[in-house]
Design a protein around this ligand. Structure first.
Ligand SMILES: N[C@@H](CCC(=O)N[C@@H](CS)C(=O)NCC(=O)O)C(=O)O
Length: 237
């Protein structure tokens, strides 16, 4: 039996970063596909908060139902290259992780509703939003494109003023770099995010050389290549 049971969806989403982190820390895991895109796991009845990712460590018995909680647990329980060296380093990494989580929650996730054509109330367990309300798809895409540009604009300005090594926090790749990478490549490469690419004239990160440089460095790492496989090409989002 694998040490870790991990449930998510067959998309990049909030699952790939956990898979990459497991690969980098040699953590064996059993990947289960959840409803509505798989039958190994029922998020509505098996996940305490009704969302995925969900994880159970069969060694310790600990069960976690939040992506950041899962990542923080894995890098501290199973130390490896992504484990922060001290509290200060951890705090800064967690701030960048939270940037990516907010970008995902408020930009990418509402795009998922447009891409998958869902706008019915309560189709999610976590949030009640209708991205298509007040103007339909065109307005929704236009508003979210503005938000995308604003969010990445702040991060790029901040990072470019630091001139601080190849990664977010300096010379060492962190779990926040991994999440930034999965978000950026999702927008650049997955079929579903073609609508954001189109809305940005084909290059959604064209004014973000620092963000792109960091993602290029992350994308060169063997564990990232191995864990990602062809997911950006094949997954819809
Ligand atoms: N803060 C949570 C958010 C989890 C979340 O929203 N997961 C989405 C998939 S990425 C989900 O389960 N959506 C289905 C639903 O809400 O029913 C985390 O980071 O794990």
């Amino acid at each position: 039996m694998s040490n870790i049971d991990l449930a998510y969806l067959p998309v990049v989403g909030r699952g790939l970063q956990i898979k990459i982190i497991c690969e980098m820390h040699n953590i064996d895991f059993n990947y289960m596909l959840s409803n509505p895109m798989g039958e190994d796991f029922d998020k509505d009845s098996q996940a305490p908060f009704g969302t995925i990712p969900w994880m159970k460590d069969n060694n310790s018995g600990i069960e976690l139902n939040d992506s950041m909680a899962i990542v923080l647990y894995l890098v501290s329980k199973y130390p490896g290259p992504l484990t922060p060296q001290n509290a200060d380093e951890a705090a800064i990494i967690n701030m960048y992780w939270a940037w990516a989580q907010d970008y995902y929650s408020f930009v990418l996730s509402p795009f998922h509703d447009i891409i998958t054509g869902h706008n019915e109330p309560f189709w999610r367990n976590l949030r009640l939003t209708d991205t298509l309300a007040d103007g339909g798809k065109e307005t929704g895409v236009s508003n979210l494109t503005k938000l995308h540009n604003s969010r990445i604009g702040f991060l790029e300005k901040h990072l470019s003023s630091k001139q601080n090594g190849s990664f977010l926090t300096g010379s060492k790749c962190s779990y926040a770099d991994i999440f930034l990478y999965t978000c950026v490549r999702t927008v650049q490469e997955t079929a579903g995010f073609g609508i954001l690419r189109e809305s940005c004239g084909g290059e959604p990160f064209k004014d973000c050389p620092t963000i792109l440089r960091i993602c290029n460095e992350v994308g060169k790492m063997d564990a990232v290549i191995k864990a990602s496989g062809d997911i950006f090409e094949k997954a819809p989002i």
